[in-house]
Design a protein around this ligand. Structure first.
Ligand SMILES: [Zn+2]
Ligand SMILES: [Zn+2]
Ligand SMILES: [Zn+2]
Length: 257
């Protein structure tokens, strides 16, 4: 099945530009230096599935011309990945449609806490997101292709990456366990966390992400969850040709079963 992937957001939790910052990347005129919070959209077979709904979800959905949403898959429950969930109600307004959302235990627990009003179902004035949560306990078949969860560690938190055929999307981690490397065997295109150059206790640096590229050996790698430390052009100039920073609205197509 032909899958079209769109990078909805490629930035770190604060976004780039960062509010109040006058640094060179935050003031860069290059559109690829404008990074909203991390998310990807997958369109196939007339369906639309997003990985994460961060605080920029509404803007990202409008920008991508999204007119339907069939499911949301969550990597984890941090604010920069979930806070836009309320805006999914635009897709269920005046319908009986409920959007299934998927995540691991900690992610769903966090989402239930933040969006308690949606799960309470008490809506005297309407306007609630219509969502149903589902725990991910193995590969997920969503309208055809199989989403294989790839567990990674983000500090002490277990986060999920996802593999869909030849493509894998991993964000927010600093450790890829050996058992998950097995799940990535033969992957052709991979998205990897690469926050900045300075070390971080729960994210990868560019140099650490390059070590993962060497271990996984994909045909191409795209770095994401990028902070304002990294200018798009200047960082790409330091990377091998098959490794690039990704950017908002970047698209690729692939076959998945
Ligand atoms: Zn994040
Ligand atoms: Zn800045
Ligand atoms: Zn996170």
């Amino acid at each position: 099945m032909r899958v079209e992937l769109t990078v909805l957001g490629s930035g770190t939790s604060l976004g780039v530009p960062t509010i109040g910052c006058r640094c060179r990347v935050c003031q860069s005129p290059d559109p690829r230096d404008k990074r909203t919070r991390p998310s990807v959209l997958l369109r196939y077979n007339g369906r639309a599935v997003v990985v994460d709904t961060g605080p920029d979800f509404r803007f990202q959905a409008l920008r991508a011309g999204l007119d339907r949403l069939d499911a949301v898959v969550f990597t984890h429950g941090h604010a920069d990945h979930v806070l836009g969930l309320d805006d999914t109600r635009a897709f269920t307004l005046n319908t009986n449609h409920t959007i299934p959302i998927y995540g691991n235990g900690p992610a769903l627990k966090g989402i239930r806490r933040i969006f308690q009003y949606a799960f309470d179902g008490f809506a005297p004035f309407g306007g609630l997101p219509s969502i149903q949560d589902h725990l991910i306990s193995g590969p997920l078949e969503l309208f055809g292709p199989k989403f294989v969860p790839v567990p990674v560690l983000h500090g002490r938190l277990e986060v999920l990456g996802f593999r869909l055929g030849p493509v894998a999307y991993l964000t927010d981690y600093n450790v890829i366990p050996d058992s998950s490397l097995e799940l990535l065997r033969g992957v052709e295109t991979i998205f990897l966390d690469a926050l900045r150059h300075e070390p971080h206790p729960a994210h990868m640096t560019v140099a650490e992400a390059m070590v993962e590229v060497e271990r996984i050996r994909p045909k191409e790698a795209f770095f994401t969850h990028i902070a304002h430390d990294l200018g798009h052009e200047e960082t790409n100039a330091t990377l091998p040709g098959h490794v690039r920073l990704c950017y908002d609205e970047m698209q690729l197509e692939f076959e998945a079963r």
